[in-house]
Ligand binder design. Structure first.
Ligand SMILES: Cc1cc2nc3c(=O)[nH]c(=O)nc-3n(C[C@H](O)[C@H](O)[C@H](O)COP(=O)(O)O)c2cc1C
Length: 635
């Protein structure tokens, strides 16, 4: 009883402290990454960042049978899968009675490919995603280029490729498919066919890992010392995805008018990155690590009966370099994904279901486990808190904090095109973000985007948050400002174009001649969500841009940017074909970029008199030449 009272008081004190901190909008008084690290039961702040060493970066000190795992990732998922495979191979060593020499998995980012001595390798497993509009992840570009250009005979090498992607994109899993083909071209021997993974589907990934593990004992791998210096493959000194900079939010502005529930909420944020060493080029994105909502964290802990002040080890992907223990509420808020549910959480729940509570009222919960499809569908439409809430009535779950954390995915950073040019102010990176709020039809609950709600509702001016730069080398202004550019960016697709236009304006101020700069912008209502209206209209008046706007809901007939393109077909064809202009498209991949592409094809057919096939070929070639650049995403 006394223990119970003490436990209850500890939870309450922890919770009250937690709420007091949350009320400022910042959860930590000094707001530094390290402020919540616990040492000897006390919080310590402002620690120096040390050298990060994780178990995937340790050099082997004895002989073994080496396996090379290369991951290429933009958003971190391929790395998660690679680490999962690494762990499975390591645990296979300890469970397999038949082996007397261990397998030594070495898991490296594709950006370190030049450290690989291919002659020394026997088995290479590549786990790689596709990004942008069918391009490799930024860090994997050189590796991809290397594979595309060089053709050594590598017939000694056994390999397999796991290609991650999303079938909503036209270039589904392209990078993995190309990498697989290149290995085949270099006479490498596949141990498995290239496996495609749609939308992070663990129902495909787990069996693939099983197959790899089953195949390994049948492959002859020489026993030797590893030559790779894994510890030396550091991230370098600078700030990056694994070592983000704590940037101060200097300005936050609402860009839209909200007087109806249908209205779009878009914000402009300015981050101070002075003294960070971070630099960017217009077209790049800012990676931001959000905090999960403290109320969600608290609800989850309450549902599981876990005290929020319990200390746990930070996960290996945590962007703190000191690996001292942290409170579980902080771990959940900073490092774990509470939005996307891992199937393992459901399997754990399944094991704890109480059959005695099976009744008509709860039958739907038991049915989820009757087929993989039902489980996948359930997971797609629920967050971690929804799952725990729904199952709380029928499960008797008794999980340790560590067990629960092992059933969650890593919280990933989100990426926003930087909407300001470094030439204007290299110390201030601006972003333009549409705040995601919606009602889930399936469960009739209000939902929100993790990062955009964090930026809008909880991050207050003068707070800091972890950021880094994500390069986008395929989305660049030409260095020659006389080249005509056609910018097509409705909604927040406008963001990188604001930076591009700022640079063209600067060129004019420096008395350079600029070529035609056509901007096609679209939104719902002129008076409500015409982003940066004053700036755009001023640039138009000054002749910096030719602004074309489509307000889809201001008249009976819906008008979109692609309609304006068709109206301007003659002029556009002239700029593209005769004047070798560059087309840029930014925004929604599924509908907008698709419709814009078809409008361009139509223009080529009507104005250029090309057949449909030739028009398709023409724009394909433009894309290859970098004259049709896309920065698109599926929401
Ligand atoms: C902006 C963006 C562009 C993407 N482009 C493609 C694409 O062209 N083809 C594809 O198959 N998947 C595409 N995807 C899906 C990713 O490949 C998929 O989400 C993958 O699991 C991400 O793995 P990563 O976190 O290791 O990068 C894209 C995802 C985003 C966010």
């Amino acid at each position: 009883m006394i223990e119970w009272v003490i436990g209850f008081l500890a939870v309450m004190i922890g919770y009250i402290t937690f709420l007091i901190r949350s009320s400022s909008g910042s959860h930590f008084e000094d707001n530094s990454i390290d402020a919540f690290i616990i040492k000897d039961g006390k919080e310590i702040g402002n620690k120096q960042q040390g050298t990060k060493k994780d178990k995937y970066r340790r050099n082997y000190t004895s002989e073994g049978r080496q396996i090379l795992i290369i991951y290429g990732t933009e958003y971190g998922f391929s790395e998660e899968v690679a680490r999962n495979l690494h762990d499975r191979i390591t645990s296979f060593n300890s469970t397999s009675g038949t082996l007397n020499v261990e397998f030594q998995p070495r898991t490296i980012n594709a950006k370190h490919y030049s450290s690989i001595v291919w002659d020394q390798e026997t088995v290479c497993i590549v786990i790689i995603s596709t990004s942008g509009d069918g391009v490799p992840p930024t860090d994997a570009r050189d590796f991809y280029e290397f594979l595309s250009k060089s053709s050594p005979n590598m017939s000694h090498l056994k390999f397999c490729v796991l290609a991650l992607g999303d079938s909503n994109y036209p270039q589904y899993c392209k990078t993995g498919k190309v990498v697989n083909q290149r290995f085949l071209d270099m006479s490498c021997n596949p141990i498995l066919q290239c496996e495609l993974v749609d939308s992070e589907d663990w129902n495909v990934i787990n069996p693939w890992i099983d197959k790899v593990i089953n195949l390994l004992p049948n492959i002859e791998i020489e026993v030797k010392m590893d030559y790779l210096d894994l510890e030396g493959l550091g991230e370098g000194e600078g700030h990056s995805r694994n070592n983000p900079f704590m940037a101060k939010l200097k300005v936050k502005k609402q860009l839209t008018v909200l007087d109806d529930t249908e209205d779009r909420e878009t914000i402009h944020c300015e981050f101070d990155i002075a003294d960070s060493g971070l630099t960017w080029t217009s077209g790049d994105a800012l990676g931001i690590y959000p905090d999960n909502h403290p109320i969600y964290v608290d609800n989850i802990l309450s549902l599981l009966g876990i005290n929020g002040t319990v200390c746990v080890d930070p996960p290996v992907w945590a962007y703190i370099t000191d690996k001292d223990k942290i409170r579980i509420m902080m771990a959940l808020m900073k490092f774990y994904d509470l939005k996307h549910v891992k199937p393992e959480l459901l399997y754990e729940i399944k094991a704890s279901l109480s059959e005695s509570l099976r009744s008509a009222e709860y039958e739907h919960l038991f049915e989820i486990f009757e087929s993989d499809d039902a489980l996948v569908q359930y997971i797609k439409t629920r967050e971690v808190m929804d799952v725990l809430e729904e199952f709380s009535a029928v499960m008797s779950i008794d999980m340790t904090p560590e067990k629960f954390l092992s059933l969650l995915k890593p919280l990933q950073p989100r990426y926003y095109s930087i909407s300001s040019s470094p030439l204007i102010d290299p110390n201030t990176a601006c972003i333009t973000a549409a705040v995601v709020r919606y009602k889930s039809e399936e469960i009739q609950k209000k939902k929100e985007g993790v990062t955009t709600a964090y930026l809008q509702d909880r991050l207050v001016v003068m707070d800091t948050c972890p950021v880094f730069i994500s390069r986008n080398p395929d989305f660049r202004l030409p260095s020659n400002h006389e080249i005509p550019i056609i910018l097509i960016g409705p909604g927040t697709g406008l963001a990188p174009f604001r930076a591009f236009i700022q640079e063209r304006e600067m060129a004019v101020e420096h008395e350079s001649v600029i070529g035609p700069t056509l901007l096609y912008f679209g939104c719902r209502h002129k008076e409500k969500d015409f982003l940066y209206r004053n700036e755009l209209e001023t640039w138009h008046r000054k002749g910096i841009i030719q602004l074309r706007t489509a307000f889809s809901r201001d008249q009976d007939r819906k008008v979109y940017v692609q309609d304006l393109l068709l109206e301007d077909g003659n002029k556009l064809w002239h700029l593209i074909y005769q004047n070798e202009g560059i087309i840029y498209v930014c925004g929604d991949a599924r509908r907008m970029a698709h419709d814009v592409h078809y409008a361009l094809l139509e223009i080529a057919q009507v104005q250029g008199h090309l057949s449909e096939t030739d028009a398709t070929k023409y724009f394909y070639e433009l894309e290859q030449e970098g004259r049709y650049q896309k920065d698109v995403w599926v929401t």
